[in-house]
Ligand binder design. Structure first.
Ligand code: FES
Ligand SMILES: [Fe+2]
Length: 382
């Protein structure tokens, strides 16, 4: 986030604290419960966002060096990412061109080629078919046309986007809708991946995104964890196309009042939360970045997600490692014991017939923005 934007948002936040208010939408918004339960909508979301569209995978730090590779199956399509000897990033369908076996599983580094575990067909890090046992028996199926099927991939601002559709075309800056400069300013190219954790829960993937969409709930749901650290219901909101950015105020935020603006350390007194539409939540907290990636499960009431912790400097000491482990464990304890059980309760409640719509208040503009954009994207694709 650029310095001038930090100052502008900090001024807004001080105003909200003074006036005991928060960023407000023009009106309330009634969101249909079917948004979270309808099988037909869930199928259309899967097709539009997770089969044909493009989404953020995380930071480039997931694969920092030539020979680094990882698989990604969260969208329901087997994806393989690899960084080649020249440093370029490739994405492929993780499907052998002989008879379709998975070419790789998990992640690793220092790899020179992928060898299919079934019959040993061998692919370069650029996906080209290099060699295969008993070449003569396959001579009529030329090697040149039997490389791994490539996927559109983009690396920008130290982050990675991919589409599981080989025929898709996407432009990261267009997708970011004006948030590019904001992301560029973090200098994420030089960051490091600490750890990724994977969770499956019984709620719709959009409820996962919603978890990070307002600060209204902090003092009620998190009295002992988040509330002592952050002001409830005091938050900025700015839309960038279908994406958005929020800044929430730490309880220390008032200390800025004692300093001239050029001395404001805005990051030290806030958390920045961005939704990279459709399914990624990017948070910048003082000295680390977390990215959450939500995907639909088999039913509308299920989701699959992973959360990654990224840090500015590599871990060098045990004390360092302990610090980040504590940080990550605390974060996970809060969402796993407070937020996500609440979401699972909501999902069951959605099925109860209690109401056809839920209400997003004027103080929940990010939720309004996200859900309006999901609806608009589905309508535009219909
Ligand atoms: S399926 Fe990969 S080598 Fe046969
Ligand atoms: Fe929460």
């Amino acid at each position: 986030m650029r310095r001038e934007d930090q100052i502008a948002e900090a001024r807004k936040l001080l105003g909200f604290l003074d006036n005991r208010t928060t960023a407000l939408a023009d009106d309330i918004y009634r969101n249909p419960v079917s948004d979270y339960t309808c099988a037909e909508q869930a199928a259309r979301e899967k097709e539009l966002f997770f089969r044909r569209g493009a989404f953020n995978i995380g930071l480039s730090a997931l694969l920092p060096n030539p020979g680094d590779w990882m698989t990604h199956d969260y969208a329901g399509v087997p994806i393989l990412l690899a960084r080649n000897a020249e440093g370029g990033l490739g994405a492929f369908l993780n499907v052998c061109r002989h008879r379709g076996a998975r070419v790789a599983d998990g992640s690793g580094s220092k790899l020179r080629d992928f060898r299919c575990p079934y019959h040993g067909w061998c692919y370069g890090l650029d996906g080209a078919l290099m060699a295969r046992p008993d070449e003569r028996s396959f001579a009529a199926a030329e090697r040149a046309t039997h490389g791994l099927t490539g996927l559109p991939v983009a690396e920008k601002y130290g982050m990675i986007w991919v589409s599981p559709d080989p025929a898709a075309a996407f432009d990261v800056d267009r997708m970011l809708g004006g948030l590019s400069g904001d992301l560029a300013a973090y200098g994420l190219e030089n960051w490091h991946h600490y750890e990724t954790r994977v969770l499956r829960r019984k709620f719709n993937w959009k409820l996962g995104v919603d978890t990070f969409g307002e600060t209204y709930h902090l003092q009620h749901l998190h009295p002992n964890t988040v509330d002592p650290l952050f002001h409830s219901n005091r938050c900025t909101f700015d839309a960038f196309g279908p994406n958005h950015r929020m800044l929430a105020a730490r309880k220390t935020f008032d200390t800025l009042r004692t300093l001239p603006e050029h001395q404001w350390d805005v990051f030290d007194n806030t958390v920045v939360i961005c939704v990279l539409f459709p399914n990624t939540v990017f948070t910048y907290q003082r000295d680390h970045v977390e990215t959450w990636h939500f995907f639909p499960g088999d039913k509308p009431d299920e989701c699959l997600m992973y959360v990654s912790l990224y840090i500015p400097d590599p871990v060098e000491t045990q004390a360092n490692k302990d610090h980040w482990d504590r940080n990550f464990n605390l974060l996970m304890a809060t969402v796993e014991m407070e937020d996500f059980p609440t979401c699972e309760g909501m999902q069951v409640g959605f099925r109860s017939g209690a109401q056809d719509v839920i209400t997003f208040g004027r103080n929940e503009p990010a939720l309004q923005h996200f859900h309006k954009n999901v609806s608009a994207a589905l309508a535009a694709a219909a």
